[in-house]
Design a protein around this ligand. Structure first.
Ligand code: PMP
Length: 425
């Protein structure tokens, strides 16, 4: 049964049982309305309340400055955000250049001359920068190349160069080759497949004293809600719900308001075409989704409801909000790494110690020198004890214990104990 299992899968992850019980009831009959939550109109007042409460609870738990940031629910997963981040921030970059050129050429400037100047600037200066530290930032980088062509995409750092073509380290920020005035600098805060997490916000990307600085985008799909985030350092954060927030189906984008109207408006499709830049699908345009409070089209209110219930539970459990959850996440991760480190002849932790993820603990089992057989035995015996979902990602193999928020301390303790007994058996 559910009570016998601790599920360490990387996503979708386990959800708290009490949240699922509430969700199951809501699917049948939401608040005595006789209709389930997945049947009610997304335009109903109750749907709007669910969206607004989830947004407010997220902002409260993470201390998102509500005056400066907009929270939107998107629908194409983390992968959709790889594209959305490119489209929207390129659009914002073009809008800035457009305004600057208009200012330079004066109010009466000929439209063709403005477009020509803009086109020249795009060709000479437009860059998006990627810090590639694992499989997911690599995918985002590849998506940028697919959408824009390689000439606009700068690989500012590639962790594989430090480690024989493998991920597992983060290149020192002093070596990053950042472009001047990049439309965005992208990184993945926690690499789910490779078990690499940024220990903190990279200081080279911090805003300058005058408020200017790089346009920073971070993928926080697999570590959001597990530690304090310096939100004001980012132009955009995004995360799929299916690990620490809720069930698969919604993706959250936290967008700096200065990138949205009235401060910044996306260029028209006609202008983008003249500049040879791609026109975004409307579903990926933050200003459209934000203007409609995430209801430009049919949104799964059920998924937002589940995320909202997880947030309510977190707020109830941790009076000091994300700091409380962070302490638990660190405690669980330390326990597991300590158990692994105790037996260096049996376990090899994959990433470098300085960048070990608190969320995805990746290791190899090298007992008796035969990795394949020892990992099979490890997985089999773990499963027999109700410790499931531990198989590493198919692209890298090995073992991965995903230590998301829904893993209770006792679950982590049980796995740590198993790691020890397997090593000594
Ligand atoms: N980014 C990270 C860090 C992820 O872990 C994942 C999925 N596991 C994705 C992006 C892609 O998310 P999705 O499957 O929702 O597109």
């Amino acid at each position: 049964t559910r009570a016998d299992i601790t599920y360490f899968g990387a996503g979708p992850a386990a959800l708290p049982t009490d949240v699922l019980e509430i969700a199951a009831q809501a699917l049948l009959d939401y608040n005595g309305t006789g209709l389930g939550i997945a049947e009610h109109s997304h335009r109903s007042e109750l749907a709007t309340n669910i969206i607004n409460e989830a947004k407010a609870d997220l902002a409260s738990f993470l201390d998102i400055p509500a005056n400066d940031y907009e929270v939107v629910f998107m629908q194409a997963g983390g992968t959709g955000e790889f594209a959305a981040s490119v489209y929207n921030l390129i659009g914002a970059w073009v809008a800035r250049q457009h305004a600057a050129i208009l200012a330079e050429l004066g109010a009466g400037a000929d439209e063709a001359a403005v477009v020509a100047a803009l086109r020249d600037r795009v060709e000479k200066k437009l860059k998006v920068d990627y810090i590639v530290t694992g499989g997911w930032s690599l995918k985002a980088y590849q998506e940028a190349i697919r959408l824009l062509g390689p000439e606009y995409v700068n690989l500012a750092a590639d962790a594989r160069t430090l480690n024989d073509g493998k991920f597992g380290k983060i290149p020192d920020p002093s070596t990053w080759k950042l472009s001047e005035d990049a439309a965005l600098v992208y990184y993945c805060d926690n690499e789910t497949v490779d078990g690499v997490e940024f220990p903190e916000f990279p200081a080279v990307l911090a805003p300058r004293a005058d408020g200017s600085g790089p346009i920073v985008v971070a993928d926080m799909s697999s570590n959001i809600l597990s530690r304090r985030v310096p939100v004001s350092n980012y132009s955009l954060l995004f995360f799929g719900a299916q690990k620490n927030l809720g069930c698969t189906g919604v993706t959250v984008a936290v967008v700096k308001k200065s990138l949205l109207p009235p401060t910044t408006s996306q260029p028209s499709p006609a202008l983008l075409r003249k500049l040879g830049l791609p026109v975004p699908p409307i579903m990926l345009v933050y200003e459209t989704i934000a203007k409609n409070n995430s209801l430009y089209n049919t949104l799964s209110i059920f998924d937002v409801f589940v995320a909202g219930q997880v947030l309510k539970k977190l707020l109830k459990t941790f009076p000091d909000k994300v700091d409380g959850q962070q302490a638990v996440a660190e405690k669980k991760a330390n326990l597991l790494y300590a158990a692994l480190e105790k037996y260096p002849d049996v376990y090899r932790i994959v990433p470098d110690k300085s960048v070990r993820s608190r969320m995805n603990i990746c290791f190899r089992v090298t007992k008796n020198g035969n990795i394949d057989e020892s990992e099979k035995a490890f997985l089999k015996e773990a499963t027999a004890q109700g410790l499931t979902g531990l198989k590493g990602h198919r692209s890298v193999g090995g073992i991965r214990a995903s230590n998301y928020n829904s893993i209770p301390l006792e679950g982590a303790e049980k796995l740590a104990k198993f790691i020890e007994t397997f090593a000594t058996a």
